[in-house]
Design a protein around this ligand. Structure first.
Ligand SMILES: CC(C)(COP(=O)(O)OP(=O)(O)OC[C@H]1O[C@@H](n2cnc3c(N)ncnc32)[C@H](O)[C@@H]1OP(=O)(O)O)[C@@H](O)C(=O)NCCC(=O)NCCS
Length: 350
C-alpha cells in the first residue's frame, strides 16, 4: 500500500482531526482499558514539547486520502541525544497487515538517521492478557527489535487506597496544583534528578535527567498546554525546610474518572520511614475531594523496580497490563542532494 507522510501542522484542523480520530480508533482496538485520547491533550502536545525535546508529528495518508497512520517522534536534545523515541507508531486498525507499519518504521529510522540518532525506541501498551499476543509485540518481534524494558501497568481503584495518617510532628504537608511553589522548585528539581538517576529501567541505557529548575517549569508549561491539571503534595521537614517527599497526580480533560500517578520521590535521607505511602495517601485524598468522579489511578513501574512495585501493591494498586519498549538501530543516512532539513509537508513512501 502506498502512503504519504505529512508533517502535522497544529493549525490544520482537518489533519489534527484525522490524527485524533485515528488515535481513537487505535485506542478502541488496542488499549480500551486505558483512558481515552483527549483532544485538548493532543492539541497541546502539538504545540508544546516535553522539556529539552523536539517533536516531529507525522500523519500518513493513503492514495485515497484516508489517514492510515500516526507517528510521533521525540528527539531528546540534551541527555540521550543518540536516541529518538517513537512514542506513537500507530496504524489504523482497518489498514493493518498491508505493510504500513513497516513503512512508517522505515520512515522513522530515516528521520532518526537524518538527525544523527543511532537508535529508535518503540513503545507498545498491552492490557491484562498475554502481551506477546498483541500486534505491537508481534510487530516488534518481526522487526527483530531488541527488547529493552518492560513496565508493569498498575491500577488503583480509589476506594482501595489506605486512609491518610497524620505525618510525624517534624514534618509538614504542603499541597499545590499544577505549579510548584517558587520556594520549593529548587528542591523539586533536586528530588526529580535523584529519581531519574535511581529508578531501574531495564536495558534502556537512559541517561538521568539533570537537576534543573527549568525542567520542572518546562514540564509544567507542557502539562498546562495539554489541558492537564495536577494535584501535588510535598512533605517538608520543618526543622530544616528540606522537602523530604513529593508526589503528583495528573488528569486530562477527557477523563474525569482517571488520574495518572506521576512522580513520587522520597529524599534518600528520609527513606525507610513510609513517607512515600504517606504523601501519596494525602495527595489522593486531596485529589478525590476536588474530583468527585475520580475512580481509578494508573501508574507504570519498570518490572525490575521491585521496590516500587511492592510499595504500590501495598497501597492497593493491582496489575492491569504492561508497556513494552524496544530498540532498533537507525538506518544509515541516505545520500542526499539537497539540504538536511525535512522536506516540506509530504514525502511519498511506497
Ligand atoms: C504494530 C502495528 C504498528 C503494525 O502495523 P501493520 O501495518 O499491521 O504492520 P505491517 O503490515 O507492516 O506488518 C509487518 C509484519 O509484522 C507482523 N505483524 C504485524 N501485526 C501482526 C499481528 N497482529 N499478528 C502477527 N504478526 C503481525 C507480521 O509479520 C507482518 O508481516 P505480514 O503481514 O506479512 O505477516 C499496528 O498493529 C499498530 O498500530 N498497533 C498498535 C500500536 C503499537 O503497538 N505500536 C507499536 C509497535 S512496536
Amino acid at each position: 500500500m502506498t502512503v504519504f507522510l505529512t508533517a502535522v501542522d497544529p493549525g490544520d484542523r482537518d489533519v489534527v482531526g484525522d490524527v485524533y480520530d485515528l488515535r481513537l480508533a487505535g485506542h478502541a482496538a488496542d488499549v480500551p482499558h486505558l483512558p481515552r485520547p483527549c483532544p485538548a491533550d493532543l492539541e497541546g502536545s502539538l504545540t508544546v514539547a516535553p522539556p529539552a525535546t523536539e517533536v516531529e508529528e507525522w500523519a500518513a495518508y493513503s492514495a485515497g486520502g484516508r489517514c492510515v497512520a500516526s507517528v510521533r517522534l521525540e528527539f531528546p536534545l540534551e541527555e540521550n541525544s543518540d536516541a529518538v523515541t517513537a512514542s506513537v507508531l500507530l496504524v489504523h486498525p482497518a489498514f493493518r497487515r498491508q505493510g504500513v507499519g513497516k513503512r512508517i518504521t522505515e520512515f522513522s529510522r530515516d528521520r532518526a538517521a537524518r538527525r544523527r540518532r543511532s537508535r529508535v525506541l518503540l513503545v507498545a501498551d498491552a492490557g491484562p492478557g498475554d502481551p506477546a499476543a498483541t500486534p505491537g509485540h508481534r510487530f516488534a518481534a518481526r522487526l527483530r527489535a531488541r527488547a529493552l524494558v518492560r513496565y508493569e501497568h498498575l491500577r488503583l481503584h480509589v476506594d482501595d487506597a489506605p486512609r491518610p495518617t497524620p505525618p510525624p510532628e517534624s514534618l509538614r504537608l504542603r499541597f499545590w496544583g499544577s505549579t510548584v511553589p517558587e520556594e520549593l522548585v529548587t528542591q523539586a528539581a533536586r528530588l526529580e534528578a535523584t529519581l531519574s538517576a535511581d529508578a531501574p529501567a531495564g536495558q534502556a541505557s537512559w541517561e538521568p535527567q539533570p537537576n534543573a529548575v527549568s525542567r520542572i517549569r518546562d514540564f509544567e508549561r507542557m502539562r498546562i498546554a495539554r489541558g492537564r491539571r495536577a494535584y501535588q503534595c510535598g512533605v517538608v521537614d520543618v526543622r530544616t525546610g528540606r522537602m523530604a517527599a513529593w508526589t503528583a497526580l495528573s488528569m486530562t480533560r477527557a477523563n474525569p474518572d482517571n488520574a495518572l500517578q506521576a512522580v513520587t520521590v522520597v529524599d534518600p535521607a528520609y527513606r525507610g520511614q513510609g513517607l512515600g505511602l504517606l504523601v501519596k495517601a494525602h495527595n489522593l485524598a486531596a485529589c478525590r475531594a476536588a474530583e468527585p468522579r475520580l475512580t481509578v489511578v494508573d501508574t507504570w513501574n519498570a518490572s525490575d523496580n521491585t521496590h516500587m512495585i511492592r510499595i504500590n501493591t501495598g497501597f492497593g494498586f493491582t496489575r492491569a497490563g504492561t508497556r513494552g519498549m524496544w530498540e532498533l538501530s537507525a538506518r544509515r543516512s541516505p545520500a542526499r542532494t539537497g539540504s538536511d532539513l525535512p522536506r516540506p509537508l509530504t514525502s511519498g513512501l511506497s
